[in-house]
Structure formats: C-alpha cells, structure tokens
Ligand binder design. Structure first.
Ligand code: 5GP
Length: 116
C-alpha cells in the first residue's frame, strides 16, 4: 500500500472523518472505530512511520511526545486516576493491522493479564 493510501494518514489529513479528542503539530488522537474497552483511543504521529520497528534515533523525541500525549488524553477523558493500558501492536505476531505507528489507549474497565 502506498504511504498516501494509509488510512491513518488520511485521518491526519482530514480526508476521512474521525472522532478526534486531541491534536497538535506532531500527533493526533481519535476514538477507535471498533472499541475494545469503554475508552479506546488511538494516538498516532502525523508523519509516516509504519511501526515501532521503523523508529530511529531521530524519532526518540517523537516517541516520548506520543507517550506524554497518551497520559494527557487519559487525563482529558477522565481515566487517568483509575488507570489505563497503553498498547503498541507491532508486526504480524504483534497483531498490527494498520501499517502506521499507533498507540492504543484503553480504559474504563478492569484489564486482564496476560493479554490475548
Ligand atoms: P492494530 O490492530 O493495527 O494495532 O490497530 C488498528 C486499530 O485501528 C484497530 O483497533 C481498528 O479498530 C482501528 N481502525 C481501523 N480503521 C479505522 C478507521 O478508519 N477509523 C478508526 N477510528 N479506527 C480504525
């Protein structure tokens, strides 16, 4: 799939709609279309980055920013105090289905361990 066909890149460009809860110059956070918890939000970089495997040293600042945004969004939607889970599915065995780096923010219920 060409990078500009990536569904998440289309969301960052406003070409397909999403329920956006936060955005800044480097990333965007929106509700997952198929939520696995009462709160299920995806935080993604605006730049094209296929997965965690493709992050380089120059992306360290971006990765830190994405994690800080996750906690900011958790606060904003009211799940920070009770707790939440952050997941980065990576590659085939990791269950990644969209080839654009994304952090899942899951909350609003008890999480079980180990994950499936
Ligand atoms: P992955 O399985 O790659 O870790 O997660 C991809 C996530 O993107 C899934 O949870 C899926 O429900 C979500 N998703 C896929 N397409 C769309 C879409 O068009 N809009 C939104 N909001 N979420 C999507």
């Amino acid at each position: 799939m060409a990078e500009n066909d990536n569904i998440f890149l289309k969301i960052t460009r406003g070409e397909i709609p999403a329920d956006i809860v936060y955005q800044d110059e480097r990333c965007i956070a929106f509700r997952d279309i198929n939520p696995q918890a009462p709160v299920h939000i995806l935080v993604i970089p605006r730049e094209a980055l296929e997965s965690l495997n493709d992050a380089s040293q120059s992306d360290e600042g971006l990765l830190g920013h994405l994690l800080r945004v996750v906690s900011k969004v958790a606060n904003k939607v009211g799940i920070a105090e009770k707790g939440y889970r952050v997941v980065i599915n990576t590659g085939q065995d990791g269950g990644q289905t969209v080839s654009h780096l994304h952090l899942h923010l899951l909350g609003g219920r008890d999480m079980t361990w180990p994950p499936g």
